[in-house]
Design a binder for this molecule. Sequence first.
Ligand SMILES: [Mg+2]
Length: 231
Amino acid sequence: MTIKLICVDADDTLWHNERHYNAARERFRNLLSGSGDVDASLEAVERANFETYGFGAKGFALSLVEAAALTAGTKLTGGLIVEILQIGKDLLMHPVELLDGVEDALDALAMRAPLVLVTKGELAHQESKLVRSGLAGRFSSVEIVSDKSADTFRQVFERHGVLPGQAVVVGDSVRSDVLPALEAGAYAGYIPHPLAWDFERRAEPVGESRYQRIESIGAVASWIDLIAQRS
Ligand SMILES: [Mg+2]
């Protein structure tokens, strides 16, 4: 099957992301040390808030304040809130650090089919990271979505005039990249990142013929060539 569209995830597929969230959680833990189980409180608040705030750093910052109020109670001062909000601001403005080999890998992919960036999160933040990454010119189009479902990918394929079986989706999340892509009928490549966010963990669909685990983004092009040779 000739591949006519390549959809690529952004956070922890093209550039580092989770390490910045881990650093933010560490700062939050240090600020509130001695105030109970800060990590458990933050995780519970975050999960409860996804539906309301969506995914992204601004929602995360609001969850930090809420978790702080729940754990620190009356010890939560105005000064502490300002420090917590600064953690969120730093998360929004950290430098974009590309993963190894990303530029060459995208150039190799772009020779095979149009590239579409498909990323979930907040529009302004994801746009800002893409501009700061210097990678924007390598993509034919950019889709910033609130979450990734099979329908999300079906709509992307339709907009680009390709059938699901002519599309490849690659990313570091089984939950957000692989499973919805397979459900939509596309090929799905999982590029594991060592710092996977617990929320995104799912079992790999081992044995599924359109699924492939790929050790680095640099190896995606040769997988696409193999798909083309299959039929
Ligand atoms: Mg990702």
